[in-house]
Design a protein around this ligand. Sequence first.
Ligand code: CFN
Ligand code: HCA
Length: 546
Amino acid sequence: KKQKSLTPDEVRQELIKKYPPKVARKRAKQIQANTGDEASTPEILSNVRTIPGIMTMRGCSYAGCKGVVLGPTRDIVNITHGPIGCGFYSWLTRRNQTEPPTPESENYMTYCFSTDMNENDIVFGGENKLKQAIREAYDLFKPRAIAIFSTCPVGLIGDDVHAVAREMKETLNKENPDHFINIFGFSCEGYKGVSQSAGHHIANNQIFTHVIGLTDKPKEGKYKINMLGEYNIGGDAFVIDDLLERCGITLVSTFSGNSSIHDFERAHTADLNTIMCHRSINYVAEMMEIKYGIPWIKVNFIGAKESAKSLRKIAQYFGDKELMDRVEQVIAEEMPAVEAALASIKPRTEGKTAMLFVGGSRAHHYQDLFSEMGMKTLAAGYEFAHRDDYEGRRVIPSIQVDADSRNIEELEVCPDPTRYDKELEAKKKALEAQGYEFSDYKGMMPEMEQGTLSIDDLNQHEADKLIELYKPDIFCAGIKEKFGIQKCGVPMKQLHSYDSGGPYAGFKGAVNFYKEIDRLVNSKVWSFVKAPWNKNPELTATYNWE
Ligand code: CFN
Ligand code: HCA
C-alpha cells in the first residue's frame, strides 16, 4: 500500500526530481492534479515532442496511420513501403478482428504486404520497386483498393508515393476498364509529428479525400449511423454491432473495425455519426459534418452504464418512440447479467486501486468499468492525446492542427458542398433548442476524483516511481510496460491488445472485464515475485545526467 500519504504536488516533485532543470520544467507541466470539477481543471501540456533520452510509451506516425486507422480494413491491400521490420511489427499485433461476410470474401488482413526496401533502394530510390509491388498485388488479388504507407526512409530519400499511386491507378484502370481499382498513398513517415496522433490525422484526410462519397448506394434502414473510432480490438465491434442490430439501428459503416471499403465509400449516406474514440477520428467527423451536413455525437460503449447511455443518446437523436422503446428493451435484456456479475465480484474488488496509461481514449473510457467495480483510478494518462481529450469541452473541440505536424497536407474540405443537407442542419438546430447536447464530452480530467493525477506521455522512470509510491492493485498499459510492472509485483493488464482477452465493450464485454480484473487483483501470485534488480542490485540502472 501507499507508504506515506503524499500530496499530488509532492508526488510530482518525486517524479521529476532526477531530471535536469529544463526537462523537469517541461515534465512538470505534463503532470497535473485533478480537481474533480470542470471549471477548475488545470491546463495540461500535451501533444508535444518527447524529450530525447526519455523512455516514452509512445509509438510513431506510421503506427497511427497504417496500424490504427487502416489496420483493421480487410479488403484494402495495405502495402508498407519500407524496410521489412515496419510491416512485420505492425502485422496483427493489435488484435483487431474481422469477419468477412462469406468465406470467399476479400480478406487481406492475414497477409503482411511490404516492399522490403533494402540498401540498394535507399541509395537508388524505391519508386520502381513500389510500382512492381502494386502490380504484383493487383495481379494476384484484383482488389478494390491498394493503399501505400510511407515509413521513415521513404521521406528521407524523397520517394513520391502519391505520384506512384496516381500513375498506377491510371495505368491499371486503363488496362482493365471492367475493374475499377482505387490506389492512394499516405505520407505517414514515422517521424512526422510527435506521436501516433499525426498518423491518425493523415489517415483521416486521405480516406476522406479518396474514399468517402465514392458510391451513393445507400443501405436500407430507418435509423442509419456510422460508428467512428471503433477498431474491433478483441471483438469489441462484434458486441456493439449486435446491440445496434437488436435495437433496429442500421450501421452504414464502422471506421474501421470489421469494416469494408464499400461501406466507407457510402458512409456519407448515414444520418448521424457516432464517435467512440474521439482522438483518432474527430477529423473525419468534422469534415463529414462540413461537407455532408451529418452531425456527430460522442458515444462510449466501454462500461455498462455508458453503453446504456450511448444507446439512449442515439435513440433520442432520432426522437422516435418506437426506437426508444426498443433501446430500453435491449438494455433491460442485458442488465440482469451485468448486475449478477457485479453482485458476486464487487465485494472482492471494492476499494481496490488502478492506474491507466493508454493511447488517446482508453485511459478515460476504462475508468468507467473500474468505477462500476468500486475501484478508484489513482492516476491516468494518455500517450498522445490533445488538450481537448484531457480537459473536455471547455477546450475548443474542433479540429486542431498539431503544432508539430504542420507539414501534413491541410484539410481538403469541399468548397462547394452541393450535397450539404440543409434538412439535417435544421434538425440539429431544433434538437439543440430542445436541450439535446451534441458535445457533452467532459474529458478525462474533470471526471476524475479530486487529488488524483493526470500525467501525459508517461515514461518508464515515472511509471516505476508511481508504483513505488502508490503500489496500485492493478496497472494498465501496453506491451512495452507489461513485464517491468509485473516484476515490481503488480498485476498488469494490457488495455491495448487486452492480452489474450476481450471483448470488453458493451454489456457482455463489461462482464468479461469484471471477471478478468477480479482474477488479477485477487491473485496473490504477483506478491511472490522478486524482481531481478532486487536479487542482483548491480542490475539497478542509474540516471547520470551530468
Ligand atoms: S484501439 Fe484506439 S482507442 S484508436 Fe488509438 S486512441 Fe491506439 S492502438 Mo493502442 S489501444 Fe490505444 Fe486509443 Fe483511439 Fe488502440 S487508447 S494506443 S492510437 N488506441
Ligand atoms: C501503436 C499500436 C498499439 C501498441 C500497443 C502497445 C496497439 O500505437 O503502435 O504498446 O502495447 O494498441 O496495438 O497502441
